[in-house]
Design a protein around this ligand. Structure first.
Ligand code: ADP
Length: 483
């Protein structure tokens, strides 16, 4: 029986050596029987070690069991002439008092069957539910994940209409959607823009995302639907929406607060300023030198506070209902430098401007951005070195990086991020005048453009302020939160 069997049978001992093989094995490998007897099995199946570790035989014979190889992996056998063909192996241990052997059955698997088997395995183990339906909407195949997701056994689904998985309220139109798919059968997501739901065996609904793929099989048109449960994603989306709404409300609150606070603060402050001036003007005779000094101090401090409040207000209103305008930045820089002309002359600065691009920007804000950075470069100059400023622009992926370099006093490493915070200053007012709002303004302007700003600097050796502006800017939503 064994000799007549149409299956290749080999007996392999614990040294991995073939001690017996039947006629069919001899035939398919085209060796003489005696050429194979005593040879290792790997002579016929050399790529066994592609799927098994080097100590495979040792560990196999230590605990011999029934084993299948090549079922889910590529495994080939080699004939005497070197021809390879796909196989599947089964090993069944034969244990006697004296020896342990294994009976090896080799099945020659046609390539297509093998490929199909592999596809089946991939589909079966896919993390998505996969459902194959025929042109009448009848389910002809489902994978493991479909059973898990919908709570049915596959034999409860096969042969049923796909509508078994569609919620009642959507069932009516589903056959129509199905038919429409066949009029233009291309791989596409299902229900563009619509929220899709599936229904489980117990009646609960689950939000799903579905991909449809046309498949032709045996002359019939099938559809392979891949279904993902998006319950978690939906939950996250809801949470994000809620969070965005909360932020929007908070921003509105902050905006109102800034407006009211700034407005309300300015009024008494203006009274203090004018009263101090009046006092200095009219009652100076009644005051001694110290009193006048104090009044002067009050006047300067309140003017400074007024400047800060105005700055804060401008900061809060930045980007309020502005439009993106195609702007030639070369022209914009010319205007900025004209505005700063007296400071440029005073600092005796040499300013070089490279050719700049024309971009869609919030023009007033962009002008303010350049103005702040250039006026800082003019302000934070070294006393004994003639000031050089250069303005450059470099195209990068998705936009432009601008750089404004100076050879001024530089910025300590530890301060390179902090200087962009509101009211953060590194010097006292009597050293360098300022409010500490300028760079916070700049950061907000770059963010308004979906860009960013940063500085590279060495203390005592100048600074370069860089900012990135995307080339394609979508009209931004009203942007008016306080940082
Ligand atoms: P302000 O200039 O009103 O103080 P900014 O927000 O414009 O406020 O700048 C914050 C701080 O960053 C400044 O106080 C200064 O210490 C530092 N800074 C800004 N630009 C430069 C520069 N070009 N060189 C050196 N330090 C600078």
């Amino acid at each position: 029986m064994i000799e007549a069997s149409p299956i290749a049978l080999l007996l392999v001992n614990h040294e991995e050596k073939i001690i017996y093989l039947n006629n069919f094995a001899v035939q398919i490998f085209s060796f003489e029987k005696k050429e194979l007897t005593g040879q290792k099995l790997t002579k016929l199946v050399p790529d066994i070690y592609n799927i098994k570790p080097p100590d495979f035989w040792e560990s196999y014979f230590a605990r011999p069991t029934t084993l299948r190889l090549g079922e889910s992996n590529e495994l080939t056998a080699t004939t005497k002439s070197g021809k390879k063909f796909p196989i599947e192996i089964r090993m069944s241990p034969i244990v006697t008092d004296q020896t342990v052997c294994t009976l090896v059955t080799i099945n020659n698997i046609p390539k297509l069957v093998k490929a199909n088997e592999q596809i089946r395995l991939v589909v079966e183990s896919a993390p998505n539910a996969m459902i194959l339906t025929d042109s009448s909407g009848k389910i002809s195949m489902v994978n493991k994940q479909t059973e898990v997701l919908f709570g049915y056994n596959r034999d409860e689904l096969i042969g049923k209409k796909i509508e078994i998985l569609v919620p009642q309220r959507m069932k009516k139109h589903h056959p129509e959607h199905r038919k429409n798919f066949y009029t233009h059968p291309v791989a596409r997501p299902m229900g563009a823009g619509r929220d899709l739901y599936g229904v489980k065996r117990d009646g609960t609904e689950i939000p799903v995302e579905i991909g449809l793929n046309p498949v032709e099989k045996d002359g019939d048109q099938f559809v392979l639907a891949s279904v993902i449960d998006i319950t978690e994603r939906k939950k996250n989306e809801e949470a994000i929406k809620l969070y965005a709404k909360q932020i929007e409300d908070k921003n509105k609150e902050l905006e109102d607060f800034t407006n009211i606070a700034s407005h309300d603060l300015r009024e008494p402050l203006n009274s203090i300023i004018s009263l101090t001036e009046l006092l200095m003007l009219k009652k100076s005779d009644n005051l001694d030198e110290e009193g006048m000094k104090m009044l002067d101090y009050i006047s300067k401090s309140s003017s400074r506070m007024s400047e800060m409040i105005i700055g804060l207000l401008e900061y809060a209103r930045l980007g309020d209902s502005k439009e993106l305008v195609l702007t030639d930045l070369n022209e914009l820089i010319k205007i900025v430098l004209l505005d700063l002309d007296s400071s440029v002359k005073e600092a005796n600065a040499e300013i070089q401007v490279e050719k700049l691009p024309t971009l869609h920007v919030y023009a007033i804000e962009m002008k303010s951005l350049f103005q702040n950075i250039i006026s800082n470069a003019l302000k934070y100059k070294k006393k004994d070195v003639s000031l050089k400023i250069s303005i450059v622009a470099k195209p990068v992926k998705e936009g432009w990086v601008f750089g404004v370099s100076d050879n001024g006093i530089g910025i300590p490493e530890a301060q390179k991020e902090k200087i962009f915070n509101l009211f953060h200053r590194l010097h006292r007012k009597n050293e360098y005048d300022g409010t500490g709002i300028g760079l916070a303004h700049c950061r907000k302007i770059t963010e308004l453009h979906n860009g960013k700003i940063w500085v590279e600097s060495e203390l005592g050796n100048g600074s370069t302020f860089y900012f990135f502006i995307p080339a394609k800017l979508a009209q931004n939503k009203k942007y008016n939160y306080l940082k």
